[in-house]
Design a protein around this ligand. Sequence first.
Ligand code: PEP
Ligand code: MN
Length: 344
Amino acid sequence: MVIMMKLNAPEEDIQKVKEKILSKGCKPHTIIGSEKMAIGVTGQTTQLTEGEFLLMSSVEDVYRVSKPYKLVSREMKTEDTVINLNGSTFGGNEIAIIAGPCSVESRQQIFDIAGELKEMGIKFLRAGAYKPRTSPYAFQGLKEKGLEYLADVKKELGMSIVTEAKDTQTLPMISEIADIIQVGARNMQNFSLLEAVGELPNPVLLKRGLAATIEDLLMSAEYILSQGNYNVILCERGIRTFETHTRNTLDLNAVPVIKKHSHLPIFVDPSHGIGIWDKVTPMAMAAIACGADGLIIEVHNHPENALSDGFQSLTPKNFKQLLNKVEQLAPIVDKKVNFYAEQN
Ligand code: PEP
Ligand code: MN
C-alpha cells in the first residue's frame, strides 16, 4: 500500500500516519520524491483499508501495489532512485563504472591495478576477498588479508571499494571497509544475507542469480529494502541457458524491463555475462545502449596469471579502449561519464 502525502504536509501529520501503520503491525517506509513524499506500507496490509487513511489530514491518495514486489516497484515510487556516493551517482544521468580484478591476489597486485584504474578516473575498485567458487579446491580469496589490502588501497589511493559478502559471519568485517557491498549471483537468494545487508547503511550491488528470473531478482531486492536499506543497485550478470559458446547468456532484456518495473539503478556485468575477454567491450556498449546505469568490469594487469576469471579479464589497455567507446556512446543515451577516456 502507498499513502501519498499532500505537498508540504506537516511533520506532525506524517508522524500520525506512521503511528497508525505501526499500530496495525505494519511497517512504514518514507519515500521521498522531488516534490512530494509518500509512505510505503509493508507487512499484512490486507487488514488495512484505504478509507481509514484517506480520512487523515494531509493524506492525498491511497492505493495498493499490484506487484508481488512492493518497495522496489515503480508503483511505489515513480521517480528513479539515484544513489549519491563519494562524489559519484548511481542511477542518475551519469554512467558509473566499477572496475578491478576478480580477486585480491596480493598487496602488490591490488595496488598496481588500483593505481592504473585511478589514473583513468575510475573511482570504484572491485575485488573479492571472499570468493564463492564452484570448486572447493579453487582459490577462495585472501579473506581477511584481502580486506586489509583493500582497506589500505582505500586509505592510500582514496578509491571507493566494492567487495563481496559471502556470508553473514564475515559481513560485519566487510561492511567496515566496503563502500558498496556486493551480493553475488550464488547468494542472490540467501535470504539471511539479504536481510542482514538490509540492516546496514552500505549501498548494495545485488547480482542476478544464475537461474533467477527478473521477478526473483526484484523479490530479492525487496528483502533488502524491506529491512530499511533503500540503496540497492541491481546487476544483470548473465544467466544459464542451453548456449555453450559463452560462459553465460547476458540477458540485456532485463535492463529495459527492470527500468519499467523498478526505480532502482540497474548495472550490467559483461565480464561474467559473456566470460570471454575480447567480447566484453561489445557487450558493455550494448548494455549502455539499452539504458544500463553503469558497468562492472573485470580488469587485471596480467590476465594470464589471474587466480580467478583471467579469461574474461581485460588488460588496463583494453579497458581504456572500452572506456573510450562508452564515452562516445554516452551522449546518444543522454548520459555523461566521470572517467578520463582517451580522446581521439
Ligand atoms: C564476481 O563478481 O567476481 C562474481 C563472483 O560474480 P557473480 O556472483 O556474478 O558470479
Ligand atoms: Mn569474477
